[in-house]
Every structure is written in structure tokens, then in C-alpha cells.
Design a protein around this ligand. Structure first.
Ligand code: AP5
Length: 214
């Protein structure tokens, strides 16, 4: 099963993707994670993407679509894909159709996490992750059980994303409204869109997602 998780920054796409990976052995294809890895490795793609990401703009359609194509090429056909943060423009949505056809795959669901944008700023500006294993935490909603120690791997090093400040988050939301939300009607015409209340508690959102996948 191949699905798209759609929603503005902080809607919970990454959080829910990780759960689907754990529960169903699906693979998360997050263009944000791929780009951050490229920035860290200082590749040509990373050098081009760095400033754009830090400003809250969108990296070029060609670059992100190539990343997705390469990931799918490396995947076993029987493993379901969760597209997290891709597609984000009409051009990317069209490219995804071509890429899926090339790999003999097709989209089963597009799931939109509906959220209140003001709450998202709070979610994003408070989040941090373990620098070692990537486990996610939040200053107010999800602190490690032992202060300063990762629950999952015991590391004491944490990090925050450079684009998680209020100004950049607002710009990312603007981009979502202007360029990403307009791709939904095309999927609605195909009858594959489900909307889920992304403001509910994390477990409730997971339950709703599981219901869709069933
Ligand atoms: P990307 O990494 O995709 O970021 P994003 O879409 O802005 O989404 P986030 O990762 O910030 O949020 P999320 O929805 O995953 O929320 P999360 O689960 O972490 O993209 C970053 C940048 O890369 C872009 O700005 C762009 O420059 C570039 N880029 C990436 N893809 C691109 C593309 N296709 N084309 C062009 N450019 C691209 O949750 C957030 C916080 O909320 C966490 O702390 C979590 O614990 C908490 N939380 C989650 N759910 C709940 C809940 N239900 N209740 C309470 N708290 C919750």
C-alpha cells in the first residue's frame, strides 16, 4: 500500500509516519529528512537546498522528485511507501504519478491531517530530537522520562532544526497554503482523500489512520 500524508508543517506527518513504519513495516519517504541528510553531508543537492530550507521556501521540484525516484528504485515492491512531505506542488504531484507508474506502483490513499495553524507554531518551536537516534520530544508535551537523557537510546545529546523558528514556520505555512493545498482537489477527483483531525491526541490520530488503512 502506498500513501501520501499531507498537512502543514507540524501537522504530525513525521510522528505518524514513524508509527506506521513500526506497526506495518512500511517505509517513510520524507523529502525533508532526505534534504537534511544532504545538507549535513554537504552534497551538491545539500548546498543548493540549505539556504532555501532555512528561509522556509521550497526546494526545486526536479531535485525532490529525483530523490523520491531514487528511493523507490531501491525499495522492494512488497514494501508500502509513506510519502511524507512530498508532493508539495502540482508539478511534484504529476511527477509522482509518473514515478509510481515507472515502478509499477499506485497510490491507495491521500490522508490530510487537518490542524489549527496557531497550535502548529507552538508544536514546532518546542520540538527537539535526540541527536543520536532521532527520537522526537517537545519542551512542553513530551519531555524525556529522565531529564536530559533520551528514552530510546540513552544519549544526552539533543538538537533542534534551524528552520523551527516562528518566522520560518509562518513562511512554511504560507507555502503550504499557496502551493501544496491546491493539489488536494486532483486527488479528491480520484476519490482517494481522507481527512483526519490532526488536533486530536497523537494516539487518537494513529487510531484514525489505522482505520483508514484497514
Ligand atoms: P519537512 O521536513 O517536510 O517539514 P514540514 O513539512 O515543515 O513538516 P515538519 O517536519 O515540520 O512537521 P510534521 O508534520 O512532520 O510534524 P511532526 O510529526 O514533526 O520540510 C522541511 C523543508 O524542506 C521545507 O520547508 C522545504 O524547504 C524542504 N522540503 C521538504 N520537502 C520538500 C518538497 N517536497 N518540495 C520542496 N521542498 C521540500 O510534529 C511536530 C511536533 O508536534 C512534534 O514535536 C510532535 O511531537 C508534535 N505532535 C505531533 N502530533 C501531535 C498531536 N496530535 N498532538 C500534539 N503534539 C503533536
Amino acid at each position: 500500500m502506498d500513501i501520501i500524508l499531507l498537512g502543514p508543517p507540524g501537522a504530525g506527518k513525521g510522528t505518524q509516519s514513524q508509527r506506521l513504519v513500526e506497526h506495518h513495516g512500511m517505509r517513510q519517504l520524507s523529502t525533508g529528512d532526505m534534504l537534511r541528510a544532504a545538507v549535513k553531508a554537504e552534497t551538491a543537492v545539500g548546498k543548493e537546498a540549505k539556504a532555501i530550507m532555512e528561509s522556509g521556501g521550497l526546494v526545486s521540484d526536479e531535485i525532490v522528485s529525483r530523490l523520491i525516484d531514487d528511493e523507490l528504485a531501491s525499495m522492494n515492491d512488497s514494501v508500502g511507501a509513506i510519502f511524507d512531505g512530498y508532493p508539495r506542488t502540482k508539478a511534484q504531484a504529476e511527477a509522482l504519478d509518473d514515478i509510481l507508474a515507472k515502478h509499477n506502483r499506485s497510490l491507495d490513499h491521500v490522508i490530510e491531517l487537518e490542524v489549527n495553524e496557531d497550535a502548529l507554531v507552538d508544536r514546532i518551536t518546542g520540538r527537539f530530537t535526540c541527536a543520536n537516534c532521532g527520537a522526537g520530544y517537545h519542551d512542553r508535551y513530551k519531555l524525556p522520562r529522565v531529564e536530559g537523557v533520551c528514552d530510546k537510546c540513552g544519549s544526552t545529546k539533543f538538537k533542534r532544526r534551524p528552520d523551527d523558528n516562528e518566522e520560518t514556520v509562518r513562511k512554511r505555512m504560507q507555502e503550504y497554503r499557496a502551493k501544496t493545498a491546491p493539489i488536494l482537489p486532483g486527488y479528491e477527483e480520484r476519490g482517494i482523500v481522507t481527512r483526519i483531525d490532526g488536533m486530536a491526541a497523537i494516539d487518537e490520530v494513529t487510531d484514525a489512520l489505522e482505520e483508514v488503512l484497514r
